[in-house]
Ligand binder design. Structure first.
Ligand code: ZN
Length: 168
């Protein structure tokens, strides 16, 4: 045990379970996996998650509920786009039929961007790039497994290195 506390520029490893408070459905969990590792204060996590964990010590467990404003935000109509179905000809030729509810990945200048197909007709596909959790209230149970001061290099890169971090 140490007297370190979760703060900006700390590397934190946590076990967490995220549930939808209305149904109790688990939407994400580190159970059975390695702990989630992140550098605090570098926008690696949804804002409320870090805020709620500030000051926690190793071994501490916290439970909290985040409204959409502090989680993935509200759905934004500007993130809904239409594409000609011909853009997806390659996919259809490979035998994939594009259906409502399917998640596909678009290659953009900023890198891969996942989207959900929300409408399909003979000519156009409607793609929703909003995060699947946008507009949702999320409950978390989080336990601090390990925490340490980040190195200068990690801070300058804006991410954690080492176990659970970025390898490069
Ligand atoms: Zn790095």
């Amino acid at each position: 045990m140490t007297d370190l506390k979760v703060a900006n520029d700390m590397v934190v490893r946590v076990h967490y379970t995220g549930t939808l408070p209305e149904t109790g459905e688990v939407f994400d969990s580190s159970e059975g996996r390695d702990p989630l590792t992140f550098l605090v204060g570098h926008r690696k996590m949804i804002p409320g998650f870090e805020e709620e964990m500030m000051g926690a010590v190793q071994g501490e467990r916290r439970e909290f509920v985040l409204e959409p404003e502090r989680a993935y935000g509200h759905p934004n109509d500007e993130l809904i786009a239409e594409f000609p179905k011909s853009d997806f000809a390659q996919l259809e030729e490979s035998g994939v039929e594009i259906e409502i509810g399917m998640t596909l990945v678009a290659q953009t200048f900023q890198g891969p961007a996942p989207f959900m197909v929300t409408a399909v007709n003979d000519e156009m596909i409607t793609a929703d790039f909003n995060h699947a959790m946008a507009g949702k209230t999320l409950a978390f149970s989080v336990e601090v497994v390990e925490l340490r001061q980040a190195t200068e290099e990690e801070i300058s890169h804006g991410h954690a290195h080492g176990p659970g971090g970025v390898e490069h």
